[in-house]
Design a protein around this ligand. Structure first.
Ligand code: T1G
Length: 668
């Protein structure tokens, strides 16, 4: 076919089948048809003695085309293509560069031999999409990489390096970084004498006991997910079933996952995360500003964490504090964090020194004059922020972007304290800022398109998942947290306990519930600090030093390992307030807790969209997955709301007297 992404060419008896299907050579229908035709061409041409399968562009096949999953299947499907490659009567060699992932890895396994450049990575990340390798990967990996590596790759989803692949026997040779085709052709010549080596005929390698060991070691991480267990079961099947029966088992398990809600949710987030990077209404003509140096004001928990993001990405940082003691403490914590990472082998000591050398501590705001981006991370108080931005306006160079890390406050009001509102926006990091992936980029009314694009592009560079938010109290995530917290506190007055409410959320898949979260963040956050002014349970707890994990007690009591136990003192305080509230104490069902704490979040999401404070519903899902640990297998609040159904959600909200967003009501 003239417009096929697959072309073939014979080099000295070797048929080279090349895919050119940007951006990642996904194994869409046209590619599969072309591969199938290429193998048939090799089989029918006596001049062909061996075959090399390779890809143009930045990577070998990066997997099946995920966009095809919801479309009618087009033959040949990938399992059949892999079988055709494997059945070729002439040796087939995979020439691997970039990331051979999912179906791409499975194509290499259908080949008889594999050669890769040193920088290549090979993996089966289907589990991250709520799936498993559905084209024979769970049966062929144990016959090449071995059982232990197979179960880690399939159930964990992380790719392995070319060096590791060579070590375990997944690939046969390493090519020169810039001579892959030549080296693959030479290797193919060697393979002619060897003949085809169908992977299905190879013995399974390794110790089956490694499967159980892997399952036990990862049980907590895989809590609530379907796919990891299915991957483990398929690899285990390979250790005891003949190949074809193992394939049948894999096909059954794959189909169950493919048509389940968890995979639909995880595929939704895969695309939602990428869609979030796109800013509606800003075309490719808008160019980002160059960021060579970043200034951070505040060396506390947030300022330190924020600085680490840029230092780790090789961007120098000037960090400012008011007092030398605070500055020294902050930079000391940065070093300590890096050294802890190095101790775990995730950083080299020289990288720690490079990062610390790129950090310039100072007490002088004027030292920010050469920064291209300045992020304020000081106390959450509008007057303080306006004062700082007023000073920055006089110090910062023209074109510098001035960002606030505020969690709630009005960016437009902050921008108005400068003469350059077009350069002002919010960059709301989530604590710990050097760990949490979410970054809410808050677009002010006057924020310039190139400033916004710069922040979004920089987010990707520092490994964040960024979402554009509009100016409103709490932006997207914290704004949705508020109705949840209000209702959770009300439920305490009506007879529910902190542990019951938290358990409903943890059983739902959240890493922790509202009260465990309050204890982690600090019960005293936002407290007026007047122990004589007690207006609610939170004030009462704060007044007696129940500030959460940091004081060993909050809503819960904590042992030295920070394990929580329900607190009699807290319950007594709750009961006293409940008695004063005159609300009848009653048994409250878990279902009511879901209706009153999760449904209002969905409702708030619809209000956020109605007000234009988020670009799209999937952006809201991304915020909650990456900012708060919403279980990815439930796809985020808006995706989950669709699964629950608008009718059920509206009924639940109205039952408890909530005002329903009009666009949500219209869907019921
Ligand atoms: N299908 C369709 N589109 C894909 C795609 C895929 N597999 N992978 C990436 N894209 C799009 C992506 O949406 C974006 O589009 C563009 O390519 C660049 O991606 C049977 C069932 C390869 C490491 O899970 O991990 O095989 O936004 O921004 O950061 O067993 O993409 O530009 O329009 O991510 O350089 C298994 C998924 C599939 C790999 C590159 N494979 N992809 O990262 O670029 S299931 C995967 C990635 C499967 C078989 C099973 C990454 C990447 P747009 P990008 P990147």
């Amino acid at each position: 076919m003239t417009d096929s992404p697959i072309t073939t060419e014979i080099h000295d008896g070797i048929l080279v089948i090349t895919s050119n299907n940007p951006p990642v050579n996904a194994l869409g229908a046209a590619v599969r048809i072309g591969l199938d035709a290429g193998i048939k061409e090799a089989m029918s041409n006596d001049a062909v003695k061996a075959v090399v399968i390779r890809c143009d562009g930045r990577t070998f096949f990066a997997g099946a085309d995920i966009t095809e999953f919801t479309k009618p299947p087009v033959m040949p499907m990938l399992p059949e293509v892999v079988d055709t490659i494997e059945a070729c009567t002439k040796p087939v060699i995979a020439a691997i560069h970039g990331t051979a992932l999912g179906g791409g890895c499975e194509v290499t396994l259908g080949c008889h031999y594999r050669i890769a450049v040193p920088s290549a990575k090979i993996g089966t990340p289907e589990v991250k999409l709520g799936l498993l390798p559905g084209a024979g990967g769970t049966q062929r990996l144990p016959r090449t990489a071995g059982i232990e590596t197979a179960v880690e790759m399939c159930a964990g989803g992380a790719p392995i390096s070319a060096a590791k692949a060579l070590e375990v026997g997944l690939i046969d040779k390493l090519a020169g970084e810039d001579t892959l085709l030549a080296d693959a052709l030479a290797f193919a010549q060697e393979c002619i004498a060897k003949g085809p080596r169908p992977t299905r005929n190879l013995p399974v390698k390794g110790d089956p006991a490694s499967i159980e060991a892997y399952a036990k070691a990862n049980a907590r991480k895989n809590r609530g997910f379907d796919a990891p267990a299915a991957n483990i079961a398929c690899v285990e099947a390979a250790t005891r079933l003949p190949f074809d029966e193992g394939i049948a088992f894999e096909r059954t398990e794959f189909t169950k996952l493919m048509f389940g809600t968890q995979s639909a949710a995880q595929r939704h987030i895969f695309f939602a995360e990428r869609q979030a990077q796109k800013i509606d209404g800003i075309g490719p003509d808008v160019q980002p500003r160059e960021i060579k140096r970043v200034g951070v004001i505040g060396a506390g928990t947030m300022g330190g964490g924020i600085s680490m993001n840029f230092l780790s990405a090789g961007i120098p940082v000037t960090i400012v504090e008011m007092k030398q003691e605070a500055l020294d403490k902050g930079t000391g914590i940065i070093r300590k964090n890096y050294e802890a990472t190095a101790a775990k082998g995730r950083m080299k000591p020289e990288q720690v020194e490079a990062a610390m050398t790129a950090l310039k501590p100072t007490l002088a705001l004027e030292d920010l004059a050469d920064c291209d981006l300045i992020i304020e991370a000081v106390f959450e108080q509008m007057e303080i922020k306006k004062d700082i931005f007023g000073k920055l306006d006089k110090i910062a160079k023209p074109g510098a972007i001035l960002a606030s890390n505020t969690s709630y406050l009005d960016i437009d009001e902050i921008a108005a304290s400068t003469s350059r509102p077009q350069d002002v926006l919010g960059m709301h990091f989530f604590s710990p800022a050097n760990v949490m992936k979410l970054l809410e980029v808050v677009r002010g009314a006057k924020t310039a398109p190139d400033a916004l694009m710069t922040a979004m592009g920089l987010a990707k560079k520092i490994g964040k998942v960024a979402v554009v938010a509009g100016v409103c109290h709490g932006f997207i995530g914290n704004r949705m947290l508020m109705p949840r917290q209000v209702e959770a506190n009300k439920l305490l007055m009506e007879g529910a306990t902190p542990q019951q409410i938290d358990k409903v959320h943890v059983d739902f898949g959240m890493p922790m519930g509202p009260f465990q979260m309050a204890d982690l963040a600090g019960v005293d956050i936002g407290w007026h600090r007047d122990p004589t002014r007690i207006e609610n349970v939170r004030d009462a707890l704060a007044a007696v030093g129940r500030w959460g994990q940091k004081t060993g007690k909050g809503y819960y009591d904590y042992d030295e390992k920070r394990n929580p136990t329900p607190s009699a003192e807290t319950q007594k305080i709750i009961d006293e307030f409940a008695a004063k509230s005159n609300l009848p104490k009653r048994e409250i069902s878990d279902e009511e807790i879901v209706e009153r704490t999760l449904y209002p979040m969905v409702n708030e999401g619809y209000l956020i969209l109605e007000e234009g404070k988020a670009q799209r519903a999937s952006d809201i899902d991304v915020v909650w997955i990456y900012g708060y640990g919403w279980p990815i297998y439930r796809g985020g609040p808006m995706f989950w709301g669709d699964l629950e159904g608008a009718k059920k959600i509206v009924a639940g909200l109205e039952k408890h007297g909530f005002a329903v967003a009009k666009t949500l009501k219209a869907k019921a």
